[in-house]
Design a protein around this ligand. Structure first.
Ligand SMILES: Nc1nc2c(ncn2[C@@H]2O[C@H](COP(=O)(O)OP(=O)(O)OP(=O)(O)O)[C@@H](O)[C@H]2O)c(=O)[nH]1
Ligand SMILES: [Mg+2]
Length: 363
């Protein structure tokens, strides 16, 4: 997969490839100027009742030179929007509800090629902005800020920590990419890459959907270590660990239907086959040892095994379709890239002999 981890210590950037990707490096000279002009970046902040922190968050990004700040608010009643406006941010009130809906809606109002998305609760550090954006200049389309790399000791509850690690492991197994912290709210991405993703999440499943869609559509993704601080005491979380955790795991699994159908249908098939097999064993033991027959249970066991095997076969076939689809897409992308290269070459050549190239084309 295209997951690459960037290790940054302000001045030296190293890209370490996972899965055999070539290793890039940036020199200190590159760092003397910013990788991406702050004027080309929109700082996107979804908020719900974040009056205690939003002012400092916006100020923090202004101090880093990022003045294009878009706050998308979920109709907060604590004055979040007024504070954001006074600090010079553009403020949008979302038409629906949930963080995911807010993010999806706000993308229509982004008028620059790069977006840096961050929570409005002051848990992320605006000083990490540049490191988050650097991979975009190096050709990546999506960047995930890895909170586990720089987490303050009390920044995450034990329950959230365990849940996050479980979800990251499941993601790795199901979707085959090591993104380290798929639920991170600190993301940088190109506006163009978002057009390729089909996002439907309304709530806290948006980060999961972003990660899965990146894998599915081959969006080049990098992971960057970031600082993660605890929420200030006066601000409250909007996350319900059990309810939202359950939704995230369900989303992770249901998105496997089109990204890893062998896992999705295979696990359902394996479940049905094993259940049918267990019932069949029970029926067989009762009949052999006690001479008691269970016709209905025997039918149920047979149906379970047949259904299970069919689901497994369906998983294998779907996997072939997805694999072929990926191959086709890669070929189309390669062709598009090749044509782009040819056009550039023609443009350069055309400077000197435009008439020649036109007559060649007419031939
Ligand atoms: N617009 C909008 N923003 C939301 C909504 N729910 C949460 N947010 C914002 O999304 C960001 C992430 O939400 P948090 O409550 O911090 O969730 P979290 O970071 O997973 O959990 P914590 O560990 O408690 O910080 C914050 O800036 C919230 O204000 C919503 O319904 N609409
Ligand atoms: Mg938060």
């Amino acid at each position: 997969m295209d997951a690459v981890r960037m290790e940054t210590d302000r001045g030296t950037t190293r890209l370490r490839a996972d899965g055999g990707e070539s290793v890039l490096s940036m020199t200190d000279e590159t760092h003397s100027s910013r990788a991406i002009d702050p004027e080309l970046v929109c700082i996107l902040i979804p908020t719900l009742e974040e009056a205690a922190t939003i002012g400092n968050v916006i100020d923090g990004f202004h101090e880093q030179g990022y003045t294009n700040v878009l706050v998308v608010d979920g109709d907060s009643t604590d004055g979040t929007r007024d504070i954001a406006r006074k600090r010079g941010a553009r403020v949008l009130t979302q038409s629906g509800s949930g963080k995911g809906q807010a993010v999806r809606e706000s993308l229509e109002y982004v008028d620059v090629p790069y977006v840096l998305m961050v929570d409005g609760d002051g848990t992320y550090d605006p000083a990490d902005a540049e490191a988050m954006l650097e991979p975009l200049a190096a050709g990546y389309d999506h960047v995930i800020g890895d909170r586990f790399a720089g987490m303050e000791s009390d920044a995450m509850t034990r329950l959230n920590g365990v849940g996050n690690r479980l979800i990251n492991r499941s993601f790795r197994v199901i979707h085959g990419a090591a993104y380290d912290d798929i639920l991170s709210g600190y993301r940088a991405f190109t506006t163009e890459s978002m057009d390729r993703l089909a996002l439907e999440s309304d709530g806290f499943t948006i980060e999961t959907e972003l990660a899965v869609e990146c894998v599915k559509h081959g969006v080049k993704t990098a992971v960057v270590p970031v600082t993660y601080r605890s929420r200030p005491e006066e601000s409250d979380t909007n996350l319900h660990p059990i309810r939202d955790g359950g939704r995230i795991i369900f989303t992770l699994y249901s998105l496997a239907k089109t990204n890893n159908p062998l896992f999705y249908f295979g696990s359902l098939g394996a479940g049905a086959t094993v259940s049918g097999g267990l019932v069949a064993c029970y029926v067989l033991i009762r009949w052999l040892w006690y001479g008691i027959s269970h016709e209905i249970l025997a039918v149920v066991a047979a149906a379970g095994i047949i259904l299970g095997v069919q689901l497994l076969m369906f998983g294998v076939l779907s996997d072939m379709v997805v694999t072929l689809h990926r191959e086709q897409r890669t070929r189309l992308e390669q062709m598009a890239q090749k044509n782009g290269w040819t056009d550039d070459e023609r443009a350069i050549e055309g400077d000197g002999n435009a008439d020649e190239s036109q007559s060649e084309r007419q031939k």
